[in-house]
Design a binder for this molecule. Sequence first.
Ligand SMILES: [Zn+2]
Ligand SMILES: [Zn+2]
Length: 505
Amino acid sequence: MRQPRVKIAVVSGQNRLLIGSDSAMQIAGVQNDSPVLSSGSIEIEIDKAEPAPLEEWLWCGKYFRKEEAANHCVKLASKGIESRLWEVGLNPVKGEWSHREYRLLVRLHDEAADKRELLHNIEEVFPEIVPVEIQLPTERPSFIINLKDSSGRETRIEKAFSLNADSPLQILEAPVGEGFHWQHFENLEFEDSIWVDMGIDGKLCCGVEIDIEDYLTSVNSSEMPADSPQEFLKAQVVAARSWLLANWGSHHPGEPYTICGGDHCQCYYGPSRIRESSKAAVNNTRGELLMYDGTVCDARYAKTCGGMTEPAANVWSFSEEPYLGHIRDLPGEKAVDFSDENKFREFQQRNEPVDSCCAPGYAELKGRLAELAELYRWDESLSNGELSAIILNKTGIDPGRILNLIPGIRGQSGRLIELYIIGENAELSLSPELEIRRVLSQTHLPSSAFWIERTDSDGFIFHGLGWGHGVGLCQMGAVSLAARGMGHKSILAHYFPNTSIQKIY
Ligand SMILES: [Zn+2]
Ligand SMILES: [Zn+2]
């Protein structure tokens, strides 16, 4: 079986791109006699661009069997409801790639009265389902791009193109880690070709198209320090490969690429990040996929669970995979339910290596890994004024002085799924976990697993545990298990119960 090639947006949402090379660059994919541009740097700017027109749809669940999904479309049609299937993911079936799942989408009309009636009709067909609104573009955006090379020559282009060169190409001043506390700009180097296109937001995007095994080699090094134990790196490669195939096409619908190179998908910063240890981890697990019931697993992972993993359904709609449940990070120990506020607080205040594999001290770690392990527990203090200003900045709503922050639903790992902000001027309800993390911090809180202390000076302290959504494999826990001698297959079996590994190419 052939491995798929993946198109990655390394940079997106830009008004201007800078691409450089030591040799002359050639524009490909535009016309036969494409000009050769000088070496140095090429400035790419939008001359004119409109965002793509978007249509509203309601996502009403997913099915692994196409016939089942298609039957629901027929049922909806008999009620006069227009629906379609959105094919997502790749799954190996009899030596070929087929789709992993079929998402049922119902067209949403604008009029409010229509919407109420539609929701009522959908409820009759699917009493269990809470539909999720999504937007899909109806067509590609139209645009004009200006290219200016270092000799000052300008070229106008009205469609997607590639830049090719005989020596490596660089995306200059690329934003890395946007919106997170490690945000910075870097020159990222790639091999011989970079594609440039217009995103549905009417902004420039660019990146590369490569074999997924090459992608995984770099992702692995970009996600975690390359001096991580080899068996951990192997476990992470299998998880990342499975995640990529399971989510193929779902994260950026309508965009000219499959995935982005940021935290939203999986961090990809190009071949300069590749280390020998990551290469070995990819080569030694080539084609290995995590499977459940004949389907590629949506093998999620996050930095540090903090003690327990969070069921996927608490974090993402319709993500009810049985292997993404609530488990204890420590193999062989029973999971404890931290949706109870008091139990959660008590555990958050413990920091003992015997409690969790991701706790500092469970395994002997050095350097960056030892630093990362410290995110097992964290505190964040904000004055009332600071918090109010951050909330205004993030939501556009001015809450005034914050009177109270009230935890709503807590998931089993202790992560808040709902939080209420009671301000003097406004009340807000935040959900799900990522929104809570985004709104309560200048950047992002490490996780939504925190309890709230009021200070004497009217401020707040968030006492937290873990880093990330906490679903699936706990990277720091897996690092420690590997450091203590566990093999990659056992690590994966621990974090993804009842799954198996299949080598498909
Ligand atoms: Zn993405
Ligand atoms: Zn953990």
